[in-house]
Design a protein around this ligand. Structure first.
Ligand SMILES: NC(=O)c1ccc[n+]([C@@H]2O[C@H](COP(=O)([O-])OP(=O)(O)OC[C@H]3O[C@@H](n4cnc5c(N)ncnc54)[C@H](OP(=O)(O)O)[C@@H]3O)[C@@H](O)[C@H]2O)c1
Length: 227
C-alpha cells in the first residue's frame, strides 16, 4: 500500500479556512495535522468527530518553543512532511491612520503572519526533505498585491489595513525569494489566495469551486516550481 502523504495546516478556528483546506486534503488521502490555537484546540477536542478526522495539535505561532513542539510531534508521529500550509493569520487595525497605529499590534501581527511562517519553514525543512515531493503553500491575500491595490477599480483598493496588507506583501516577496532558493532542491513553494477577489463576488468564508479546483491542482501537482 502506498504511504499516505502528510500535511500540516496552520489554524483551526476563525472563518474556518484552515478546516476547509484540511477537509479537501483528507479527501485526497492526506493525513492532516491541524495546528490549532489553544481556544480552537479546546473547542475542537470537545467535538468528537473532529478527533478521528484530523490530528489536532495545539500551537501558539508566537512561540518558538511551541513551533519546535509541533516539529517534534510531526517527526515522532510520521517521520516526514509532504505539505506545509501556512494559513494562520492575525488581522488588526482596520482603517487606522498613521497617528492611530499601535506598533505593538503591528509586531503581534507580523509575529504570526510572517515571522512564524519563516520559522516554521526553517524548522520543518528537514522533514520536508524526507518527502519524495514536498511543497509549501503560503496563504496570501489580494490586499498584499500592490498592483491590485493600486487599481482603483479593485473593490478592496480603499481598504486600510496597513499591518495586514504589508505583512501579506512581505510574505509574497519572501515566498518569491524562497522559491528561488529552493529551485535546485525538490521543495516547491507557492503563494495561494483562497478568495482571489478578482471581481469581488466571492464570499470570504467559503472557498468557491473555481478556487477549490486551483487548490486541488496545487496539492496534486508533482515537483512544480510555479508560484
Ligand atoms: N477571510 C478572507 O476573506 C481572506 C481573504 C484572503 C486571504 N485570506 C487568508 O486566508 C487565511 C485564513 O483566513 P481566515 O479568514 O480563515 O482567518 P481567521 O478567520 O482570521 O482565522 C485566523 C486563525 O489564526 C489563528 N491564530 C491567530 N494567532 C494565532 C496564534 N498566535 N497561535 C495560534 N493560532 C493563531 C486564530 O486562532 P483562534 O482559533 O484562536 O481564533 C484563527 O483560527 C489567512 O492567511 C488570510 O490572510 C483570507
Amino acid at each position: 500500500m502506498e504511504e499516505k502523504r502528510v500535511a500540516v495546516v496552520t489554524e483551526a478556528g476563525g472563518n474556518g479556512l484552515g478546516k476547509s483546506f484540511a477537509n479537501i486534503l483528507i479527501k485526497y488521502d492526506y493525513e492532516v495535522v491541524l495546528a490549532a490555537s489553544k481556544g480552537s484546540f479546546e473547542k475542537l477536542t470537545k467535538e468528537e468527530n473532529n478527533l478521528s478526522q484530523y490530528n489536532l495539535f495545539e500551537v501558539d505561532f508566537k512561540s518558538r518553543e511551541s513551533l519546535t513542539a509541533l516539529k517534534k510531534h510531526v517527526l515522532e508521529t510520521y517521520g516526514k512532511l509532504d505539505l506545509l500550509i501556512n494559513n494562520a493569520e492575525v488581522v488588526n487595525g482596520f482603517g487606522q491612520k498613521i497617528d492611530q497605529i499601535n506598533i505593538d499590534e503591528v509586531r503581534e501581527l507580523y509575529e504570526v503572519n510572517l515571522f512564524a511562517v519563516i520559522q516554521l519553514i526553517q524548522l520543518l525543512k528537514p522533514l520536508l526533505e524526507k518527502s519524495d515531493d514536498p511543497s509549501i503553500i503560503n496563504i496570501t491575500s489580494a490586499l498584499g498585491d500592490i498592483n491590485k491595490m493600486r487599481d482603483e477599480g479593485f473593490c478592496y483598493s480603499g481598504y486600510g489595513l496597513p499591518a495586514y496588507a504589508t505583512s501579506k506583501a512581505a510574505l509574497n516577496m519572501y515566498t518569491h525569494l524562497q522559491c528561488r532558493e529552493f529551485k535546485p532542491s525538490k521543495i516547491a513553494i507557492h503563494t495561494f489566495d483562497p478568495i482571489a477577489m478578482k471581481n469581488c463576488t466571492h464570499n470570504s468564508v467559503f472557498i468557491c469551486d473555481g478556487i477549490k479546483d486551483e487548490f486541488v491542482s496545487l496539492i496534486k501537482k508533482e515537483k512544480s516550481r510555479v508560484e
